[in-house]
Design a protein around this ligand. Structure first.
Ligand SMILES: *Cc1c(COP(=O)(O)O)cnc(C)c1O
Length: 395
């Protein structure tokens, strides 16, 4: 079955008991046990609930894995998956992971005796070099945020196999529609379902899928043991979002492609990051491992003053943290997602003061272009700002 069909007619598309066209919200914390000797499928809702089970089965099916899990947020999914490791273990991590993941690894997990090394995972050899005798896993996010660096998932998985390491991939930006890391050799896939899968900026949720049943059993033990489960109302909202994932991404990705091309040709823009552009360094790898380039792009207007001017003038996009929604979202990494990072670290990752991230929504692309056009019209000239800065530093 193709993705568009599978997302609607896979498991859990309707209630097997009543035939209801959407899986009911089983607002129950516990389940009557009719026979003490023969426990039913569900006993207590932290351990399992039919609404959550439907979502978990759906995401496992779409990612091509054995077991799916729904968590209270993307970070709950990520932190729970890291509990697969033990004190003394070492994990190699892509350097430009989501800010919350960076914070969890460096400020929380480090206290539990699990160490990490950050590497530029777009350089496969850098991953190999970072492996030590205590390394137990590799954690990737591709394309990365906000400069959309691409990691060759299959190449990293081959290295991981040689060293018996778990490969975990945060697939939030791509979703299973465009990229299925388990098919490329990864062991666990994670999503912030708050983004494209939920898709409407109205729910915070996380998902994880394991490739095999044994690892699934381990992660189930952690999910039940730690308890960071997704509530049933939110499970329902995520399933509702999932049904239109392909239709939304088709439109948003097409818009992102058009915007990336338009911005590339605009004289006020100093650079555009989008894997769909042939000049993007990750273009080839992305095209070989994913069926699309997604709805997120970043562009540089050259300075903070010019970025501020653009944010002040745009009328259509909402200016916010987050991405992957029906409305176009503009964000400013320097003060939003990467605010906690020292300026030099940001600069080393290409997160400059003029960088703006755009997540394309479902608006008419021509209206978005018109809006960006007027917002870019009277920006303070680049040249002048540089001259002023020089004058300022001389004074
Ligand atoms: C938002 C995000 C997360 C964190 O998810 P939450 O649902 O906000 O906890 C993790 N990874 C990526 C790539 C994200 O964009």
């Amino acid at each position: 079955m193709n993705f568009a069909t599978k997302v609607l007619h896979g498991t859990s598309c309707f209630d097997p008991i009543t035939g209801a066209s959407s899986v009911p919200i089983y607002q129950a914390s516990t389940f009557h046990q009719a026979d003490l000797d023969q426990p039913g499928t569900f006993d207590y809702a932290r351990s399992g609930n039919p609404t959550r089970a439907a979502l978990e089965e759906a995401i496992a099916g779409l990612e091509g894995g054995e077991r799916g899990f729904a968590f209270a947020s993307g970070m709950a999914a990520i932190s729970s998956v890291f509990m697969l490791f033990s004190a003394g273990d070492h994990v190699v991590v892509a350097e430009d992971v989501y800010g919350g993941t960076f914070r969890f690894l460096t400020r929380v997990l480090s206290r539990m005796g699990i160490s990490v090394t950050f590497v530029d995972a777009s350089q496969t050899e850098a991953v190999r070099t970072a492996i030590t005798p205590t390394t137990k896993g590799i954690y990737l996010e591709t394309p990365s945020n906000p400069t959309l660096k691409v990691t060759d998932i299959a190449a990293v998985c081959r290295i991981a196999k040689q060293h018996d390491l778990l490969v975990i991939v945060d697939n939030t930006f791509m979703t299973p529609y465009y990229q299925r890391p388990l098919e490329l050799g990864a062991d666990v896939v994670i999503h912030s379902a708050t983004k494209f899968i939920g898709g409407h900026s109205d729910v915070v949720a996380g998902l994880a899928v394991t490739r095999d049943a044994a690892l699934g059993e381990q992660l189930y033990f952690i999910q039940n043991g730690m308890g960071a489960i997704l509530g049933v109302q939110d499970c329902w909202l995520v399933m509702r979002g999932l049904k239109t994932l392909k239709a939304r991404l088709d439109v948003s990705t097409n818009t992102a492609e058009q915007l990336a091309n338009w911005l590339s040709a605009h004289p006020e823009i100093t650079s555009v990051y989008y894997t769909g552009l042939t000049e993007h360094p990750g273009h080839q790898v992305q095209a070989s491992q994913s069926s699309g380039h997604g709805a997120v792009l970043s562009f540089d207007v050259g300075s903070r003053e010019r970025a501020k001017a653009l944010f002040d003038r745009v009328k259509l996009p909402i200016v916010a943290v987050s991405l992957g929604a029906v409305e176009t979202i503009l964000s400013y990494p320097v003060t939003m997602s990467h605010a906690a990072m020292p300026a030099e670290e940001r600069a080393a990752r290409g997160i400059t003061d003029g960088l703006i991230r755009l997540s394309a929504g479902l608006e008419d692309v021509n209206d978005l272009i018109e809006d960006l056009k007027q917002a870019l019209e009277n920006l303070p000239p680049l040249q002048k700002i540089e001259e002023e800065k020089e004058a300022f530093s001389r004074a």
